[in-house]
Design a protein around this ligand. Structure first.
Ligand code: GH3
Ligand code: MG
Length: 423
């Protein structure tokens, strides 16, 4: 947290004021922006250290037309290339797409939307490999499937005996199961039916793999809890495509189920579940754990003065800050309306307090936009550490109590609980 390397962004623009604004705001969100006005510098930099994303404003470069510079720069780009402009006719958009632009950002310019877009685009390119469990009694066929999928960058585990499926589900935590239909111990659809009895595995798609081409037999297997049916063939590309499409769709669905829709952070249920889980782990490993409750100060006034949608944007800004800086080991969630929770596994109270204070400072420095002006907001937080014998409920209450005291003491500060038993 906090120590994350900033994400490098290159910005092409001739408008100095816009460059300064974008740079200073993106900087607060963990990006590092370099501005270019000359083609040769841009191309040299793109060649040397390609950025995570290239932003191109329609004002372009001082010394070369975009029609010349863009295709060259886009060829060197390793990430998305975004074009910032007034609304464009489709013909012009097509032209730009052909010269290497991958996304468009419309003016008037909304920084928060740009940040959302960048997050979205960059997170997508950072996705971890799909975890695929192959259940197949045949060594040859399983090895072929494993080889194909591994070459496509997926993580694959093979299970030869379907009766051990629950052990694999628990240990390997697959995102998708490829299931052979005919196995000596039992058939794939029987196993699928057993897996489907457990609600906790409901969001893992099961794809049957078989030489079976009879439509009726395929439908039968699907009615038993399978999600798709692939005919075993020697076409690796087809296998890879089918598995990635299904895995991607379910990944999105799972995210939708566990995350809050406004902020993309863990929702109430999942942040409290994570807390219970992390507490059990901290107890088993005898490691420290801290927990924070965060609440935006005088948020009702933000809504009253600037409107509910501006309020929503403030919530999103804070969420974005938490997502950016709490990525490594900690978990951040939206606990309620304008209340957030952060779990710090393996972290002492004092260390967590330093990290929270860093976030508090950053948040208060953000320029929040309303109409054509800016304003600032602050938050208060309460921090508690896990003491022996404490339940998750007791820990949440302790953090809440500390938050209450931070509010009472004047807001925009961090309150610490458990001070009496500080060892
Ligand atoms: P304090 O400093 O004591 O926390 O004061 P406050 O005004 O932040 O606290 P209060 O609990 O009085 O008001 C919280 C407000 O947050 C009331 C509610 O309408 C608003 N709120 C809750 N959820 C959302 C949301 O999702 N979007 C917006 N815009 N407002 C929300
Ligand atoms: Mg509040």
């Amino acid at each position: 947290m906090g120590e994350n390397q900033p994400t490098l962004i290159y910005l092409v623009t001739c408008q100095q004021q816009q460059a300064a604004e974008i740079s200073s705001q993106l900087d607060l969100f963990g990006f590092s922006v370099k501005v270019f006005t000359k083609q040769s510098w841009l191309l040299a930099a793109m060649h040397g250290t390609p950025p995570a994303a290239l932003l191109v404003d329609e004002s372009g470069l001082e010394d070369a037309p975009l029609s010349q510079a863009l295709p060259l720069a886009a060829k060197l780009a390793k990430g998305p290339v975004l074009f910032i402009s007034e609304p464009l006719p489709v013909v012009r958009q097509l032209e730009l797409l052909r010269s290497g632009i991958t996304d468009f950002i419309g003016k008037p310019f909304d920084l928060l939307r740009l940040i959302d877009r960048l997050d979205h685009l960059l997170e997508r390119s950072h996705e971890s490999p799909y975890r695929v469990l192959v259940v197949d009694d045949s060594e040859t066929s399983a090895t072929w499937t494993r080889t194909m999928l591994t070459q496509a960058g997926m993580q694959v585990a093979v299970l030869h005996n379907p009766l051990n499926i629950f052990l694999s589900l628990e240990r390997f935590k697959p995102e998708i199961i490829l299931m052979d239909v005919y196995m000596p111990e039992c058939t794939g659809d029987e196993i699928a039916q057993v897996v489907r009895q457990h609600a906790s595995y409901d969001s893992i798609p099961i794809v049957f793999l078989s030489t079976e081409t009879s439509r009726g037999r395929q439908l039968m297997a699907r009615s038993m809890g399978g999600d798709d049916f692939l005919v075993k063939s020697s076409d690796g590309d087809e296998l890879i495509a089918a598995v990635s499409i299904t895995a991607a769709r379910y990944r999105r669905l799972r995210r939708w189920m566990t995350c809050d829709s406004l902020t993309g952070l863990l929702n109430h249920t999942h942040i409290t579940d994570s807390l219970t889980h992390e507490i059990a782990r901290a107890k088993a490993e005898q490691s420290p754990l801290a927990f924070a409750m965060i609440d935006i100060d005088h948020f009702k006034q933000v809504n009253d003065n600037f409107g509910h949608s501006t309020g929503d944007r403030v919530i999103k800004s804070l969420a974005r800050l938490l997502r950016q800086h709490v990525r490594e080991a900690a978990f951040a969630g939206r606990y309620g309306g304008e209340e957030f929770a952060v779990i710090f596994p393996d972290t002492t109270l004092i260390r967590a307090a330093q990290q929270m204070d860093y976030l508090r400072n950053r948040f208060s420095a953000l320029d929040l936009q309303r109409g054509d002006g800016v304003f600032h907001a602050t938050f208060s937080a309460g921090l508690a550490r896990l003491d022996p014998g404490m339940s998750s409920r007791a820990l949440i209450e302790a953090a809440d109590e500390a938050l209450y005291r931070a509010k009472a003491a004047g807001r925009n500060q961090i309150g610490l609980a458990n001070m009496a038993v500080q060892g």
